[in-house]
Design a protein around this ligand. Sequence first.
Ligand SMILES: NC(=O)N[C@@H](CC(=O)O)C(=O)O
Ligand SMILES: [Zn+2]
Ligand SMILES: [Zn+2]
Length: 348
Amino acid sequence: MQSITIRRPDDWHLHLRDGAMLEGVIADTSRTFARAIIMPNLVPPVVTTADATAYRERILKALPAGHRFQPLMTLYLTEHTSPDDVEAGAESGLITAVKLYPAGATTNSHGGVRDMEKAMPVLERMAKIGLPLCVHGEVTTPDVDIFDREAVFIDTVLDPLRRRLPELKVTMEHVTTADGIDYIKAAKGNLAGSITTHHLIINRNAILVGGIRPHYYCLPVAKRENHRLALRAAAVSGDSRFFLGTDSAPHVDPLKECACGCAGIYTSINTMSCLAHVFEEEGALDKLEAFASLNGPAWYGFQPNEERITLAKQAEPVVFPAKIETGAGPVTVFDPMFPLHWQVVPQA
Ligand SMILES: NC(=O)N[C@@H](CC(=O)O)C(=O)O
Ligand SMILES: [Zn+2]
Ligand SMILES: [Zn+2]
């Protein structure tokens, strides 16, 4: 049987939610991943170091016995965020990054930033202390087509910000376009990008062809095929500026399967199987470890995990549940639309 052993991976962009949903989804991550950057877009959002302390405790409480998992906390940037609070959170080791949601860009982002000018004091402090900014890189103005929102964000928000504050370390999260990949590659430093599992697999046809398929809808929305190919090339290149951030974003089925469905795709449970498939298809299984286990820690200033996981390829397809049941309701699992043969070998 073909197999590959890599350092235990981390997820550099994850939505765990709270309460019954948190309890229902956390094991799908902590079974395989050692650490994850936890997104702060709860209702209400995680805006202060005190909020993050309390949320971290709830996450650790929900962790199944025997699982070793470290949640890396983020703060949701608002126009009122205190630079001193951010610095205190970073100094204590609790806060790994601050997250910028342009107001209205995505799930629970209405409390995000409208006027970048108002966020400058915090961003300047972050540049000074070396704390990374994670960005949901889309503009939200109604005149910009949804498929162009990432490219326009780069030109009108991200590039001006980086010129003004070149010392600020920025993670462009869930990159979905060739424009984003090119922009990261051209940067002289202080810029990296996370790539999701699903954006390596689907293009926008998955959402729209043959009927509208809400379980393939996420933000940033999947783009044309040429963009998917650019993401794949970047992910399998081994380039240290690109790493895994699954953006696994559970919503209960009734909130996805309705007239105005939520954005988000749930991939925690089958991400490593999907990635092994993609990297094998690209003839780059030897680069999977860089993408999932090495590049992210290097960017965020951590050591890679000492533990290893083994992925084995079996003749029969691996069966993942179509849905997981949580106390909040059922959550549909990402279907890559091809059989998966790789599986993480359960650890003793
Ligand atoms: N990716 C998504 O489609 N949804 C995320 C928010 C986000 O990461 O933009 C969510 O919280 O549901
Ligand atoms: Zn986002
Ligand atoms: Zn996200």
